[in-house]
Design a protein around this ligand. Structure first.
Ligand SMILES: C[S@@+](CC[C@H](N)C(=O)[O-])C[C@H]1O[C@@H](n2cnc3c(N)ncnc32)[C@H](O)[C@@H]1O
Length: 236
């Protein structure tokens, strides 16, 4: 079984997600105790897409993060570079373009879209897996219309250092152990724990968003900082 390392080699990351695609959504529900649904609901509210808008859901995987953006009539491009994840998403929906969601293969580091295409761009639990985060943030900005918005949903850190370290130990011990009951690919879930602990904290990510050209950057914690929602605007 392929697992990615913290250098996030694109080949390894894509192969790892290809390998877990079939059980990806089930494991999300189990490992987060259903909290993933609450987090996704918060993302939908933060993006606040409405009729006539075009939304990019980058690193969309099986499209679970994509569907809800269509509720008020927006159209969504669900883009990912794992053919396995895209295939599972398209099979579950009966096609690659259904109910306002269109799956498109593409790399976050070189997006297959023209400048200023989207009213809003969003990425859920994807940015942490990208090989060059700063480049991906610039690419997201490039394809966003001036005045458009961005929402990043990503695992983050508990605000009190000692609690964050205890949480980190829990992640390293518990996630792969629980995952073992559902999948043979526990290595992917070791990577998940390691990559969460290696990820910048809320303020650190906000600094990188600003450096990539996003303005009005702000964030809010979900579930005590287990996840953070960062937002920004393309001002010019
Ligand atoms: C943890 S999954 C998140 C899927 C979905 N957004 C969700 O919330 O369930 C991370 C996804 O990021 C994708 N990914 C990682 N690096 C990427 C890149 N450079 N370009 C496109 N997709 C990428 C992976 O293929 C994987 O499907």
């Amino acid at each position: 079984m392929t697992r990615a390392e913290l250098d996030k080699s694109p080949k390894d990351v894509a192969a790892m997600f290809d390998g877990i695609a079939g059980r990806y959504d089930l494991l999300n529900d189990v490992l987060s105790l259903g909290q993933d649904r609450v987090w996704r609901h918060s993302v939908v509210r933060a993006v606040d897409a409405y009729s006539g808008e075009l939304v990019l859901d980058l690193a969309a995987g099986t499209g679970t993060s994509s569907e809800s953006f269509t509720r008020k009539g927006a159209r969504v491009i669900a883009c990912d570079f794992s053919q396995g994840m895209l295939r599972v998403g398209a099979e579950r929906r009966g096609g690659a373009s259904r109910r306002g969601v269109t799956f498109v293969a593409g790399d976050a580091l070189s997006l297959p879209f023209a400048d200023e295409t989207f009213d809003a761009v969003t990425i859920s639990f994807g940015l942490r897996n990208v090989n060059d985060v700063d480049r991906a943030l610039r690419e997201l900005r490039r394809v966003t219309k001036v005045g458009g918005r961005m929402v990043v949903c990503e695992f983050s850190h508990l605000p009190i250092g000692v609690l964050d370290r205890i949480y980190g130990r829990y992640l390293m011990a518990a996630l792969p152990t629980i995952a073992r009951c559902f999948t043979a690919n526990t290595a992917a879930y070791e990577y998940l724990s390691e990559s969460i602990m290696d990820w910048p904290d809320q303020a650190g990510l906000a600094t990188r968003l600003r450096a990539a050209g996003w303005t009005r950057v702000a964030w809010r914690d979900l579930t005590f900082g287990v996840v953070a929602l960062h937002r920004g605007v393309r001002a010019s």
